[in-house]
Design a protein. Structure first.
Length: 99
């Protein structure tokens, strides 16, 4: 991961804006996969897979540490994102099952 050396405030802000656009696109793509996963599950309890959630959090915390980023920040972001996506998955599950 290489970060370009910016020479002006505007250049740095433009780079951040571009990254933000990519981050939002990646989160949307992740959510689309989550919605697909709903079709493979058989119950809402299965959707709330605590073991899987814990594995994801552990993996991204480790990655954050490797990248010299606060693991607590990443954990907070992922917990919020996963909570929202679990709700999205439950909604998709109910729609798919006609519940």
């Amino acid at each position: 991961m290489e970060t370009k050396k910016c020479t002006t405030l505007e250049e740095a802000r433009d780079a951040i804006d571009q990254l933000d656009e990519e981050i939002v696109k990646l989160i949307a793509q992740r959510n689309n996969y989550i919605r697909q996963i709903a079709h493979f599950k058989t119950s809402i309890d299965e959707i709330k897979a605590e073991e899987r959630i814990n594995d994801v959090i552990s993996r991204v915390r480790s990655q954050a540490i490797e990248l010299d980023l606060s693991p607590n920040l990443i954990t907070d972001l992922y917990v919020r994102m996963i909570d929202g996506m679990v709700e999205s998955e439950i909604s998709e599950f109910r729609n798919a099952k006609g519940a």
